[in-house]
Design a protein around this ligand. Structure first.
Ligand code: UDP
Length: 470
């Protein structure tokens, strides 16, 4: 293993695209600082990689991959039974992870000096405690969200209630947040039980973790980060994104894709003029209603601009046509646009033909667009996305946000209006200028700036604790 000082760190992740990759990037950073890294996640991810015949860059990396069972059969539909799945994971995950830690220690002498969990597996902190191993939490959303949830789950501020659902929220370090800017889990209308339960456990038991690291950078969220200093401090160490987005293409860069990317879209982009293409993606989880798909489709067509739309078909198609393109759309726009199911997003955002990104504002996509200086049309759906949209538009000032009609639907006219606003005229130039400034700031933070200093402090602390154990 090329052991330098024998300090091993175990990263534990929820098996989702947007969770594994930032943790792998964290693993790369820790390896580059001389630590040994293992990443453990649930068996379903191994199965998905085998099914999709995905070859990952992970095979070449110095990160060990391990899998444990979430207690359910591999063909169980986790996505459409999310609350039940989370319950089962919380029931079986701790036992199975604990045996894995035991096996690696006894059979391979891999003794961990620190365990890093991510927010959707808060019970990992209990497993760490049981084994007497210090634990860090790697917060994979903006630090602003960390601040909102800490104040919400620990009842430190007032939030909308059933009797006062439209109450705006005024929190230190953040702009005034209206109902539509808040993460959906804190709203009385939130229909999901499982995720808020996880977050509630996480934020009420923050004293179980020795460090909180964030996938952001100080300059980007300075006020929100400072507002947490006297509560539960968070140390930003990002953006942890593919190294190619930070101006380097490191061969050791680890990445896992749950779907195979259609590389041919890069050849298609090569033939387009600079800053001409509208790139559209709603990430790996969101499935839009058929009406919303239709409005986006015709809005793109009416904009008369070239577009690249990564529209992953739903894994479990429903009879109401959710997530499907309108009939005839592909034929009608074959000269204008390209639709793929999954694209190499980093390469797309780096491509000079791309003018703007219509995004659901998942935090990974947000960081990726920041690192490439591409302005956005924010089109949030749920969880942290509405708040990320607010940040992109009002704090980072690098995009515009779609406005929904009374029925919650964004019309085709609105899609077309936003495309015009972000691509033409003086406002568009301002947005692009701001986006490019953030790109430079992000690169500086990870090169030898604020994020690099924070990660070094963490590594030194882990080493120091490990030495005391000897
Ligand atoms: N992504 C990709 N190809 C696509 C769409 C998305 O590689 O066609 C990647 C994207 O680069 C990002 C991740 O998938 O790293 C999506 O994570 P995000 O947090 O933005 O959204 P989520 O999928 O978790 O909702």
């Amino acid at each position: 293993m090329g052991d330098k000082d024998g300090v091993h760190v175990l990263l534990v992740s929820f098996a989702a695209q947007g969770h594994i990759n930032p943790l792998l990037k964290l693993g790369n950073r820790l390896v580059s600082k001389g630590l040994h890294v293992t990443l453990a996640t649930t068996e379903i991810l191994r199965q998905r990689m085998l099914d999709s015949k995905i070859t990952t860059k992970e095979k070449n990396s110095q990160i060990h991959l391990e899998f444990f069972s979430d207690g359910m059969s591999l063909d169980f539909d986790r996505k459409n039974n999310i609350d039940y799945f989370l319950e089962q994971l919380e029931k079986f995950g701790p036992k199975n992870l604990s045996s894995l830690i035991e096996t690696l220690s006894v059979n391979e002498g891999r003794k961990f000096s620190c365990i890093v969990n991510n927010p959707f597996v808060p019970w990992v902190a209990d497993v760490a405690q049981e084994h007497g191993i210090p634990c860090a939490m790697f917060w994979i959303q903006p630090c602003s969200l960390y601040s909102i949830y800490d104040r919400f789950y620990n009842n430190l501020n007032q939030f909308p209630t059933v009797t006062n659902p439209d109450k705006p929220v005024d929190l230190p370090g953040l702009p005034l947040l209206e109902k539509d800017d808040l993460p959906s889990f804190v709203l009385p209308s939130n229909p999901f039980g499982g995720f808020p339960k996880l977050f509630s456990k996480l934020f009420r038991e923050l004293e179980k973790v020795n460090w909180v690291l964030g996938n952001s950078f100080y300059e980007l969220e300075k006020d929100a980060i400072e507002s947490m200093e006297n509560l539960h401090p968070i140390r930003p160490i990002g953006p942890l994104v593919p190294s190619i987005l930070l101006g380097k293409d490191l061969p050791s860069d680890s990445r896992m894709d749950m779907w195979k990317a259609e590389e041919a879209c890069i050849n298609w982009l090569d033939k387009k003029p600079p800053s001409s293409v509208i790139y559209v993606s709603f990430g790996s989880i969101v499935v839009l209603s058929s009406k919303q798909m239709e409005n986006i489709a015709w809005g793109l067509k009416n904009s008369k601009r070239p577009f690249l739309w990564a529209a992953k078909p739903p894994e479990h198609p429903s009879s109401d046509g959710s997530g499907e393109l309108p009939t005839g759309f592909l034929k009608e726009t074959e000269e204008q646009g390209l639709v793929v199911s999954w694209c190499p997003q980093s390469k797309v955002l780096l491509h000079e033909a791309v003018a703007c990104f219509v995004t659901h504002c998942g935090w990974n996509s947000t960081l990726e667009t920041i690192c490439t200086g591409v302005p956005v049309i924010a089109f949030p759906q749920w969880t942290d996305q509405p708040t990320n949209a607010k940040l992109l538009v009002d704090v980072f000032e690098m995009g515009v946000r779609v406005r929904a009609d009374e029925d919650g639907m964004v019309s085709k006219g609105e899609v077309e209006r936003c495309i015009g606003e972000v691509t033409e005229g003086p406002k568009a130039a301002e947005l692009r200028k701001k986006a490019v400034e953030w790109k430079e700031a992000a690169r500086a933070a990870v090169a030898d700036g604020s994020s690099d200093r924070n990660i070094q402090l963490f590594v030194d602390d882990v080493r120091c604790k490990a030495m005391k154990e000897l």
